[in-house]
Design a binder for this molecule. Structure first.
Ligand code: GAL
Length: 813
């Protein structure tokens, strides 16, 4: 065994190289067909590194992708100008990326593949002036074998991308916003996404692991090949091995069955992973080494019982997220994703819907590692358009290819629990829509029979009437809690999923009086109140969904719209520039929690106490006026004190208002400066915690809080540093709006800044921004040299904040 391991690992270095093409790209916007040619002069183009979003540095402008549209799914009756619908950023047009391609050890017997994790959009790839291939859908991953186009020495890789206007309902990003891989192998190899692992039988004593591994040979000719596979657990211990010979009757695919003893099961709470390493031999020669990471878990969706994972019934506590990373735009960054997932984990969230398109592989891998269940979604439209130049133009020719790539890419990831074939596609109500749903679902089942298929439906009656909803493995409804019972009565599946829920709108730190529940509410400052009572004509407050989730066993969970605010879709201010990012997020565009975070946390995070008070308590001019106080807590009751005087005890209890079950509310409190304090009591009446919010004095200093203090010196790692404007006693000044200047020195650089204000036109990429409700978040990026990073944030009349971060060489360097 020891020999076998050494042999395969020693050979691995030569047999397969996966090189990220990160640096030394030249980039320019513009129509330049000749840019595909090797001799084209790009000396004046700026050099960029990939992942790269060409539009995120702005400037913002309401005329960028200005759309005059009637949004049917929002029940609009007439077309109006929507200025910030796709974020107001300059992503429209053609862009070119060019780069020298040096392929290590290229020569006869080698095979070279380019794998794009995603390119926005309509990608055409050229090698030495010849087109290697194209892929229109900007969210999907795709690869091309470029061996035949390569020369032995220098090669020129050029990528042409094009973004159309009126092609999206949110900010899509622009450019090579995900990683590009150069994969060099022998010509006998395991192709991209060439393995498929399933676990057909799981018992406490053993798990059967079935691994199918494709091989590619020159001309697809039969060769005598052998595949040696070993499965290791997370600590590296070998759990199972096998060796299989390919027979002429096997085609180009190995099938191996292995047994892992006493399997440790994957779940959000125990994200245990295994790795299968397969060594491909032709005779005694090692040709390829291929790794497949996977998890062992079982799940069921059953009529009358709902969803269970590893035998335990549970409901999805999920959020929908768009792909952008706020101030970083669409450019993928693992540290940014990890921060998002860390925040969601703390909220008790256990599932994510990748609305409304294929995610980046980094997200799926992090979900495997950190424990989130994924609904991987494919499309926002099929044949019938929602936007003039959307995916419908490609649907007939590309839908199957797009689904196949999506499924092949992610079918080994244990986090992926279900596939979604679409979101609110208008074909729900077109004749034959049910048949399209069936065809797409069949494609997904053909490629992965182990996972169910869903779709987010909004036209509930139409979808039921034309069999669209009954065809799906899982009927998913968007914003229909009041109709779950009716739908379940009519549909055959026996359970229903809230694929998209709530769409409550709020701005962090913003409170409006009087406090009233309201639909499509607008204020002159283009903000939404954070009492969590404002929603859209088609949506609800969180509590309405909670009631159904709690009371109906056949409802198997929800995916809240959305976890994080995103660029574009600034409902309820779709027509009111400068609004250009969403108000739906539980966390804002900077990743700072809004009050709603604690409402969900109180319900979802059953392992830790939640006790949160709102609003802030600095209201000069509101003395004596009614200023309701809410408490979001998992305690059943609490007593409120204003300047020490009891305002009485409130207990959660059902009433005709759903929120009375989930929030403690004191609606008649009169404001007076000082403090509010809440004391929470458990079911036995024992005090279990208290929380105080104080009136702030004058802004005095800037406090800096980093999400982590030690970074990897890998040129990619990020620290998110919250800058808070505080008074002399350390109380947040909730109305502070000072412009703050950010200076970074040492082993890192300033990357971006955000304040969560959906109306702010300040660029994310300049090291200054106004605080929004007293806060902003500065993002610092590590360089590739280990050392110290110094961050200083200053503002007029404020004592500056200073912070030191450390970077250390990443493992293996
Ligand atoms: C849904 C749609 C989402 C988003 C949301 C806003 O109808 O699926 O993409 O637009 O509304 O509430």
């Amino acid at each position: 065994m020891a020999l076998f391991c050494l042999h395969s690992l020693a050979g691995a270095a030569q047999s397969r190289q996966d090189i990220l093409l990160t640096n030394d790209w030249k980039f320019s916007k513009g129509e330049m067909p000749e840019a595909a040619r090797p001799g084209f002069d790009d000396a004046k183009w700026p050099t960029v590194s990939v992942p790269h979003d060409w539009a995120i540095s702005g400037p913002f402008d309401g005329n960028n992708d200005l759309q005059k549209v009637k949004i049917e799914q929002n029940n609009e009756q007439a077309a109006t100008q929507k200025s910030g619908r796709t974020g107001g950023l300059p992503f429209i047009g053609t862009g070119w990326y060019r780069r020298k391609l040096v392929v290590p050890e290229f020569g006869p017997g080698k095979r070279v593949v380019l794998l794009f994790d995603g390119a926005m959009s309509d990608a055409h790839i050229y090698i030495n002036g010849q087109e290697a291939g194209s892929w229109p859908y900007g969210y999907n991953s795709f690869s091309f074998d470029i061996t035949r186009l390569l020369q032995p020495s220098d090669n020129l890789l050029a990528v042409r991308l094009r973004n159309q206007s009126e092609a999206s309902r949110w900010y899509p990003g622009a450019g090579l916003y995900r990683n590009v891989h150069l994969i060099v192998t022998d010509d006998v190899q395991v192709p991209v996404w060439g393995s498929y692992v399933t676990t057909p039988e799981i018992t406490p004593e053993f798990a059967r692991v079935k691994l199918r591994t494709k091989v590619a040979t020159p001309g697809n000719s039969f060769q005598n090949l052998r595949l040696e596979t070993e499965i290791r657990d997370a600590s590296g211990k070998v759990m199972a091995t096998t060796s299989t010979t390919l027979l002429p009757t096997d085609g180009q695919e190995f099938e191996q069955n292995l047994v892992v003893p006493t399997p440790q099961l994957w779940s959000p709470e125990t994200p245990v992973l295994y790795t299968a390493t397969s060594s491909l031999f032709a005779g005694s020669q090692l040709k390829d080494e291929y790794r497949t990471r996977f998890g062992i878990r079982s799940f069921k969706f059953e009529a009358g019982k709902g969803f269970s994972l590893n035998g335990k019934t549970r409901k999805f506590k999920g959020v929908c997220n768009h792909h952008d990373l706020g101030p970083l735009g669409a450019a993928i960054n693992t540290a940014a994703l990890r921060r998002q997932l860390t925040l969601l984990k703390d909220m008790g969230c256990d599932a994510i819907r990748t609305s409304h398109n294929m995610p980046a592989p980094e997200l799926v891998e992090l979900c495997d590692e950190m424990g989130f269940m994924l609904m991987v979604e494919s499309f926002d439209e099929w044949k019938t358009p929602k936007v003039k130049n959307g995916y419908s133009q490609y649907f007939d020719q590309w839908a199957e290819k797009d689904l196949v790539n999506m499924v092949h890419h992610y079918r080994n990831n244990p986090s992926v629990i279900m596939w979604s074939i679409g979101n609110e596609v208008p074909d729900q109500s077109t004749p034959g829509g049910g048949k399209i749903a069936r065809r797409l679902q069949d494609i997904v089942h053909r490629e992965d029979p182990t996972r169910p298929v869903t779709a987010g439906m909004d036209r509930i009656d139409a979808a039921i009437n034309n069999n669209f909803a009954s065809v799906l493995d899982i009927a998913g409804f968007n914003y229909k809690p009041a109709q779950y019972e009716k739908a379940n009565d009519k549909l055959p599946q026996g359970f229903i999923l809230g694929t998209e829920t709530a769409s409550t709108v709020s701005s962090r730190g913003e409170y409006q009086f009087p406090v009233v529940q309201a639909k499509q509410k607008q204020y002159p400052n283009n903000q939404s109140s954070s009492y969590d009572l404002e929603y859209c004509s088609w949506s609800q407050i969180p509590d309405e969904e909670f009631v159904k989730q709690d009371d109906l066993d056949f409802v198997i969970g929800e995916f809240v719209w959305t976890g994080f605010d995103y660029l574009g879709e600034p409902t309820p201010y779709d027509e009111k520039w400068p609004s250009h990012s969403s108000y739906f997020g539980i966390l804002d565009l900077a990743g700072l929690p809004k009050d709603r975070f604690y409402l969900y946390r109180a319900k979802w995070n059953t392992a830790a106490p939640t006790l949160h008070l709102l609003p802030h308590w600095t209201w000069p001019g509101r003395e004596g006026q009614t200023t309701p106080v809410y408490c979001y807590t998992n305690a059943p009751s609490a007593e409120l004190f204003v300047n020490g005087k009891s305002q009485g005890r409130q207990t959660k209890a059902p009433s005709d208002q759903p929120q009375s079950r989930y929030r403690l509310m004191w609606n008649d409190v009169k404001y007076q400066p000082g403090s509010i304090k809440v004391v929470a009591y458990d079911a036995q009446g024992k005090a279990m915690g208290e929380e105080t919010v104080r009136t702030a004095g004058k802004p005095h200093h800037i406090k800096l809080v980093a999400d982590h203090a030690t970074l990897a010196a890998d040129g990619q790692d990020l620290a998110y540093v919250t800058a808070r404007v505080e008074d002399a006693n350390g109380t947040l000044c909730p109305e502070a709006t000072q412009q703050l200047q950010i200076a970074v020195s040492g082993a890192g650089r300033f990357r971006a800044v955000a304040n969560g204000d959906a109306t702010s036109l300040e660029p994310f990429q300049q090291p200054r921004m106004h605080a929004f409700h007293g806060q902003l978040v500065a993002i610092v990026q590590a360089s590739d040299k280990a050392g110290d990073i110094k961050l200083a944030v200053s503002g007029k009349g404020l004592k500056a904040g200073n912070l030191s971060l450390k970077t250390t060489a990443p493992a293996g360097k």
